[in-house]
Design a protein around this ligand. Structure first.
Ligand SMILES: [Fe+2]
Length: 373
């Protein structure tokens, strides 16, 4: 049962459960209701469970529509229900509009008003990659496979050869922050003819595949999401990490918050597994190390043995994806070294709310009346 403890997150009174997990986001007007403003746009679903593609829609047309705010709010609802959506041929979308769109998706879907776009902690690092025009932007994270190849060449060789375990690629953006990202928007400026696919896995569906008694247990748990690499990089480079980073609460260089293993998505009101697995998850709190490993292995097993929970993007030049980090994990496929051509992406991320678990929220299948099997 939730207690009446106030924790003051986001500057508002915010109850917490007896396990120390926030139970609401008082400033988030959720769940939101779709108005139908996007019904005229052609689309197809990627799978029955996750993902949608709008093959001919231009993001700039949505931004410039007379009812742009209504359309963007509706799109935020669709992203939050489907987990991720894909666009193609966004050749006319510049960095300023990409940032504006990502910011509006978060803002118009009820993000606490003091939050904004994430600032990458080590933006001041001399090795920070530039945008294709040579400039940099503190709100844009740049991906460049050719630059990564050069970085890896300078690294010491590993020990005996062994098959790679790509499960470590799965993550949710910015979970190393007290207030992590809600929406991330990635545009691929350049891509080889194949390789570098990105995958998204539904945290809603993984939650739905866990037995009710075990779900209840997971709902009592939090995980430490530590990422000490930023502080060590800043120390080595003799610069300060950026602060604040998209929220007045994302300051300093600790990068070790605790987040709930099960989280309510503020837009849909549905529960998803959140901090139970992923690159930035260091440990499940309050359990023995063997139990910690067992829980994380179990969640990863559900993800990797249920590929109907996964949507896959085969990138094309100027394709884009926008997803809700509070209900999906994503993973890049590190196979670009096998082909010629550069993979260059630019990503903006909105900062959402302090993760919470509303004990009254439902699972996606419960809310939609879909049986498990
Ligand atoms: Fe990511």
């Amino acid at each position: 049962m939730p207690s009446a403890i106030e924790n003051g997150a986001n500057g508002n009174s915010n109850g917490t459960s007896s396990h120390g997990i926030p139970t609401s986001c008082p400033s988030c007007p959720t769940p939101l209701k779709y108005s139908g403003s996007l019904d005229h746009l052609p689309f197809f679903e990627i799978t029955p469970i996750i993902g949608r593609e709008y093959p001919t829609v231009k993001v700039t047309d949505i931004l410039n529509a007379p009812n742009a705010e209504e359309q963007i709010r509706d799109l935020a609802i669709i992203i939050s229900e489907r987990g991720v959506i894909f666009f193609r041929d966004q050749d006319d979308l510049n960095i300023a509009d990409q940032k504006r769109f990502c910011d509006l998706v978060g803002k118009l879907s009820g993000r606490p008003e003091e939050n904004g776009l994430h600032v990458h902690p080590i933006y001041r690092d001399p090795g920070n990659l530039t945008l294709p025009d040579g400039s940099t932007d503190e709100n844009i994270y740049v991906i460049n496979s050719e630059a990564q190849k050069k970085i890896y060449k300078t690294m010491a060789k590993r020990g005996p050869e062994e098959p790679r375990d790509l499960s470590r690629e799965w993550h949710s953006d910015s979970t190393f922050e007290t207030v992590p990202s809600d929406f991330s928007f990635l545009k691929m400026e350049e891509t080889p003819p194949h390789s570098g696919d990105t995958l998204w896995c539904s945290g809603y569906e993984v939650y739905d595949r866990i037995s009710p008694s075990f779900r209840s247990y997971l709902e009592t748990l939090t995980a430490t999401c530590a990422q000490p690499v930023f502080k060590s990089a800043a120390t080595a480079g003799n610069y300060d990490v950026m602060s604040p980073r998209g929220s007045p609460l994302n300051v300093g260089d600790d990068f070790a918050p605790s987040h709930p293993v099960v989280r309510t998505n503020r837009v849909t009101g549905w529960k998803a597994i959140f901090a139970g697995v992923g690159l930035h998850v260091t440990k499940i709190n309050g359990v023995y190390s063997y139990e910690d490993q067992m829980i994380r292995d179990y969640i990863m097993r559900l993800m990797t043995r249920n590929h109907d929970c996964i949507a896959r993007m085969k990138w094309t030049k100027n394709a884009a994806a926008i997803w809700n980090n509070t209900c999906v994990w994503h993973a890049a496929t590190p196979d670009t070294h096998l082909v010629d051509g550069n993979r260059v992406g630019v990503r903006a991320s909105s900062i959402g709310e302090v993760p919470y678990l509303d004990p009254k929220s439902k699972s996606r299948r419960e809310a939609l009346g879909i049986p498990i099997f």
